[in-house]
Design a protein around this ligand. Structure first.
Ligand code: PGA
Length: 249
């Protein structure tokens, strides 16, 4: 059985006081046993969230990290630092990192290596822009993102890898991929992993969908065979909508 996962990506939202308000409310909730919950607050709130949720079965993830272990990189955060404040998982290759901060597949491959060396779990994000889909180039693009960013890892490393398929045109836009479009791409991703590694590895890896997942569309998307959960942006900022999504399996 593949792990079902719902991860909240807060992006650059919620200061410490707002984080605390969210956590107080979250801790009143009952969490389903069959779903792994993750929360990715900004760096400044990771340790607070970790300590606050220690007894509550919610894993803490970082939204990004630097590919080097240490050094003269003003403003950057290392894997070791993340682990020291309780984040054992890191999101790598979010489309905002790719597009706004110019992170290409080569840099992402380095980040993957550094995260693995530091025994972190990776949520590796892939997904096409609207232009790619219009040109029907989306499968090829996603395959290249996998090949250049991820497919250098060893068989064993797949234990620590989660994939998030996030079509860029659906992020923060209110427009979601249809359940059929999501399933089609998730199936393709799993097939591509099987071809490059093995069927057994492909069957075990959790593939999350991201892009305007909301309480009213989550169940249909999560109901698809190859969709194992979601990476949630906007709807993870309120406990109520986040929990409705968590309870959508
Ligand atoms: P959204 O963001 O749910 O606000 O579309 C998803 C993401 O960027 O991970």
């Amino acid at each position: 059985m593949r792990k079902k996962i719902v991860a909240g990506n807060w992006k650059m939202n919620n200061d410490l006081a707002e984080t605390e308000m969210f956590l107080v409310e979250l801790k009143k909730q009952v969490f389903p046993e069959n779903v792994v919950l993750m929360l990715a607050p900004p760096f400044t709130n990771l340790n607070h969230a970790f300590k606050s949720l220690r007894e509550h079965n919610v894993e803490i993830a970082a939204q990004n990290m630097h590919q080097s272990n240490d050094g003269a990189f003003t403003g950057e955060i290392s894997a070791k630092m993340l682990k020291s404040v309780g984040a054992k998982t890191v999101i790598v290759g979010h489309s905002e990192r790719r597009a706004i901060f110019n992170e290409d597949n080569a840099v992402l491959a380095e980040k993957v290596n550094t995260a693995l060396e530091n025994e972190m779990t990776i949520i590796f994000c892939i997904g096409e822009e609207l232009e790619d889909r219009k040109k029907e180039n989306h499968f090829k693009l996603v395959k290249t993102q996998l090949e250049e960013g991820l497919f250098h890892v060893s068989n064993d490393s797949w234990e620590s890898i989660i994939i998030a398929y996030e079509p860029v045109w659906a992020i923060g836009t209110g427009e979601t991929a249809s359940p059929e479009q999501a399933q089609e791409m998730h199936k393709f991703i799993r097939k591509t992993i099987a071809e490059n590694y093995s069927k057994a590895i492909a069957e075990k890896v959790s593939i999350l969908y991201g892009g305007s997942v909301k309480p009213d569309n989550a169940a249909e998307i999560f109901g698809q065979d190859d969709v194992d959960g979601g990476l949630i942006g906007g709807a993870s900022l309120q406990v109520d909508s986040f929990m409705k999504i968590v309870n959508s399996f």
